[in-house]
Structure formats: C-alpha cells, structure tokens
Design a protein around this ligand. Sequence first.
Ligand code: M6R
Length: 610
Amino acid sequence: MCGITGIVTQNRDDIGALLVMCSRKLTYRGYDSVGVAAVKDGVVNLRKDVGTIDDVDRALGLSKMRGDRGIAQLRWATYGAPTKVNAQPHFGCTEDFYGAHNGNIHNFAEYRKELIDTGHIVRSENDGELCVHAVDKYYEQTDDMFEAVRLSTRDLKGAFAFAVGRADERKIYAVKMGSSLVAGVAPDATIVSSDLPSILPLTNRVVYLRDGEMVVLTPEEVKVYRIEDGRELDRRPEVSNVDPHAAEKGGYPHFMLKEINEQPQVARDVMGVLEGAKSDDWLRLIEDASQKYLVACGSSYNAGIVGTYYFNRLAGVPLIPVIGGQFIPMYGNALKDDSLCILVSQSGETKDIINVLNLVRDTGRGKTLGVVNVIGSTLMFGADAYIPMACGYEVSVPATKTYFSQTIIFAYLAARLGERNGTLDPSEAKRFVGLLRDDLPRLAQTTIDRTGILTKNLAQTLMNERDLYCLGYGFTDGVAREGALKIKEICYNHCEGMYSSEFKHGPLSIVTDNYPVIFVTTREDSWMVINHINEVRARHGRTIVVGEYEESLSHYVDRETDYLRVPESDVLINPLLDVIPLQMLSYYLSVDLGINPDLPRNLSKTLTVD
Ligand code: M6R
C-alpha cells in the first residue's frame, strides 16, 4: 500500500520526469492520489491531486517539474479519504520540510493532537503528514536534519517507512520501520523507493535495507545508518539481476493477462528452484516441527488450502491453514518451541504476516519458513529460511502466477515429505515430481490455449450476474475460493467461494431460475460433486463446470461455454490446472465490464497495514 520514491541527482534538472518514470512502476501499490515535491534552487514546488499517476501528471504536469531532487508518492487511502489535501507528499509547518510515507502511524490521533497543541500547522487527516511534522519538531530542537529524522521515529508508532527532505539541503533521508524500502545508486543520481521496480529504470545497483535502518541520499552516494544509535553501517550496493523490462506489459493489454500467460514458465522456474540444493533444509525444518501452521492472506491463503490437501494426501502430514490476521488471536498463545509457521506472501510485506513473523521472533517460540516472491522483502530477510516463488514481478493487483507457483511448491514439498516419511512409495514420489517438472508447463499452456475463447464467451453470458457461487470439493476447495476471490476482486460482483458439500447447509436457498453456480472438480471427486450439482439443478440453477472432461459431468451443463475443460492429466496435477480457466474468466468478465483488472478500485497489491 502506497509507494514512495525519492531521488537526488548530480547534475540534472528533470526531477519531475525522473520521479514520474520511476513512480509509475509502483502504481500497483496505490492509485487513489499522487503527488510530487520537486526542489529547485532551494524552493520546494509541491503538486498533488486525486487520481492515478497518469491522470494527475496530465492535469498538473508532474513530469515537467524542474529541480535536482524530490519525492513522489502514490497513495492507497487508509488514514483520511482520498482527497487533494490528504494526498502526499506533505509540507511540515513551513515549506522548508517536505516528505511522504508508506504504512500506518497507529498513534495518529494522539500525536496529531499533541502536534497541534504545541503549535504545529497540520493541514490534513493523513498520517503521512505527521512524519514530516515529527522531523520538523526535532529539527527545531537539534538544528540537525540527521538527528531530527532519527529522533522522529521515537514519536511515531506503527509500521511505516518515510522519505523526507529540507529545502536547503541537497539530501533526502528515509527510514524503514516495518514497511518496505530499498535504495539504489545510479551513475548520476541516488534513489530510495518502496520497491525495486521503481529503482530499476535508473540502476541495478541496489542497497537493501532492514527495519530500524535509515538512509541518507546525496547526489553521489547512499549511506545506511542504524536508527537506534546513529551508527553508520557498511552496506554496499548489490547488483540486481531482475530484468527491468519484466514490469512492462510486453504487448499484452493488461499485466494480468501477461501474468496468466507466464504460468507455464513459472512452473519450469519454480521447479528449478525446488529441485536445487536447499530443499532438503526446508523439508527438515518442516519435519522437525510438532505443529505446522500455514499462515497467509487472500490468494496466498487459498493456495495454502490447496497445499493442506497435498500435505495430507501425499505425506500424511497435517498443516493448519490460518488467515494471517487470525493467527495471533487464534493460535499465538499455543506456539511452542518446536512449532513452525510457514508464512506465505507474494510481497513478503503483508502486515498480517509480518505480525506473525515478529511474534515468533520476539517470543522465540518456534521457527518460520517464508514462501515469498519479492526478493529483499521483510519476510525474506526475517524468516529462518525462505522458499522463493521464482515468478519475477507480479504487477497486476490480482495474484495469478504467484498463486500458481505456491500450489506447485506445496505439491512438491508434500511429495518429498511423503517419500521421506514412507507415506509415498519412492517411485510414486519420483513420478509425481517428474510430472510437476516435465508435464505441468505443457499442460498449463494447453489449458490457457484451450480455455481462452471459451472463457471469453462464458464471460459474455455472465456480465449481468451480480451474484454467484464458486464451489470446490477436496483438492479443489482452495481453487474454488481463489476463483471466487478473483471474480469479486476485479469484477465487483459478489461471488462466494466455498466447500460444495456445505452449500446445502444454508446458501442453497439463494438458488432460483438460472442462478449461476460454478463447480470445480477433479476426476476422483466428480461423483460427489454431481450430487451437489443436482441439488442446484433441481432448483433450476445454472451450473458451470471446471475440470477434466467426463461424460458423466457433461450431462449437467446446458451449453458449450458452461464446461471449462482442462486437459486430461494425473488426478493430482489437475487441481493445479483448474485455477487457470477461473483466472481467465474473471479477466474477461472484468474487461467486458469496463474495469481495468490490473488496478481494481479500493485495493493495493501490497498491504502493509493492519
Ligand atoms: O503479498 P501477499 O501474498 O501477502 O498478499 C496477500 C493478499 O493481499 C493477496 O493475495 C490478494 O488477496 C490478491 N490481490 C488477490 O488477488
């Protein structure tokens, strides 16, 4: 949520253009409002308003702003409505101080009052403004920007990062206190940002930061300090091998469609990682734990549900899936020294997950295994070990390829665990891993090719349905929830994902003539799912089926579009494929409804707030 970018150049005057070019890469983090503070000849020029970066740039000419340094922010509203005055960056009491934040300041109300009571001119309802005032306050006391920024963090409670500058200094300061922040050193500028994509247009020399650290950008270098005592740390830039063009659409109309189409390659890449050297360490970590919790949010949680079925089936190992925000109230007190929390997060920054990471670290009860996509994220650095999803950037707000990668990771780990604990015959484990490695990429491609037109046509027929269900059984439980989440997220339709045997325990009453219910099934469960389909059809509902072709199922659909057939494969490979037509259906439905699926309203890809 929210993206900040700060740049200090050596001899350039085009700061607006640089900030817009780099910040545009953070659009997935927030698109409620945008602002740029550009400093030229010791004067700060601030322009901001409601809208996406392209809208506001067009209206206010952000990219034409001159200066040699500045800060930009893309906002996803939490504290304060998305209005011009709440847009960031903000000034302090005077226009000498400018800055912007990402995250939440939890003591917002008390601290805002305290600042106002002591004479600060606070203009907005946004917590980011308080960061600038906190620096302003300590500058009054110390006359030293470095100390002012360092001390300001003592007043601010919450998880956040901010960047701040003073009109008369050719420097930008930034702190990392629980939200993501990275820096970079280019030949003619330095940069700090909430995320790597906005650094890469300028440089691949990246400085990764940890919580409790502060950076100072001058035109030539980035220096890192420990906030606690101001001690300088020896942190050199590392060369990032992430492809800067990966965050471009590459000819696709939307990132989402591009990312769906990248899934065959993701299957290859993640299997390369899993069959590499470290997987025995990950397996040992899992084996050594008494209780194994799988903690995740949104799509990552849905993938975890699928994983739970694989762990049970292939390894006889119980995983306890828990929604990130529920973990502490539900299981926090039950953690033991030999518990394991498998923390699954694309961004590696989701606050609900980082809270669990911190709890385990602070109490010393248990270990953490991260499953993470963003390299350099808080989860990657903080977990005892981490498994990379190997997806490259996922830019579109709806998760697709990272969900796919997560399910492959769980299927693989389950097979290897089962082989090691004797639940699975070694030859069967070898065969299944072979299918994941050798067949899944091709099958994923066939699924995309085969269901593309069909899902497009099906979407046309569902355009006016404001309400539907997506039901799964056994392995397709998590798949159905994921399909429903996609439809909710990017089509703004109510779509509930649930267990199909549970539907008759209440929700069935919603079914009337042609009420649409999507059933996702594997070959082995279709006999049971047919019972559930009949319960809907007996009430004249419309049934749509996702799965392999089976004669028995074909009787329960009324038109060709209503049977989304994935290619025939092993019964345990099938649940991995079933999600693809649901991703495509939601994509086409979203586009048909005139929605940009990459940037659904009210959302942000990275949720660093509670
Ligand atoms: O970065 P994370 O995997 O921790 O994100 C979790 C959810 O916010 C995320 O999966 C969200 O549900 C997706 N936008 C759904 O498509």
